[in-house]
Design a protein around this ligand. Structure first.
Ligand code: FES
Ligand code: FES
Length: 158
């Protein structure tokens, strides 16, 4: 089955098996290994990507569902070789330890900040509640997202 979609700003047309999941399409066929597979069942958020600007779990989506959609992965967030403000804030605030959760957490944060430019800490905690981190205790992740919100100018969201 042939599907066409926009991946990180570039049009792709690709043959996929029916039943293939988006996480497998990205990691195994397109060699974009930023999105991680943790649980494979919608529980951990490690596989989060943006579909038409909204965070989605790529382990729960079939490739056929992204026909005609705009897909953004962590690999597509930086612009002109500069990290996205959310990525910078994660680094600067020590919000990355083993890094396994980080791509999904960043994508979720980008979605959150595109809908709410000035979230409270409680709103940030709620926004990332579907993303599990085994290392950081979340405090520094919340700090990072709060700092990114302060740094971001209008139009930086995605
Ligand atoms: S791998 Fe998709 S939610 Fe855990
Ligand atoms: S930094 Fe290790 S799981 Fe979050």
């Amino acid at each position: 089955m042939k599907i066409s979609f926009i991946l990180n700003g570039k049009k792709k047309t690709i043959d996929v098996e029916s039943g293939m999941r988006v996480i497998d399409l990205l990691r195994e066929h397109l060699h974009l290994i930023g999105a991680k597979e943790g649980c494979g069942s919608g529980e951990c958020g490690a596989c989060t990507i943006l579909v038409d600007g909204e965070s989605r779990l790529s382990c729960l989506m079939l490739a056929a569902q992204i026909e005609g959609k705009r897909i953004t992965t962590i690999e597509g967030l930086s612009k002109d070789r500069r990290l996205h403000p959310v990525q910078e804030a994660f680094v600067e605030n020590g919000a990355v330890q083993c890094g396994f959760c980080t791509p999904g957490m960043v994508m979720t944060a980008v979605d959150l900040l595109s809908r709410n430019r000035h979230p409270s800490r409680d709103e940030i905690r709620e926004g990332i509640s579907g993303n599990l981190c085994r290392c950081t205790g979340y405090q520094k992740i919340v700090d990072a997202i709060e700092a990114a919100a302060k740094d971001m100018k209008e139009g930086d969201a995605e």
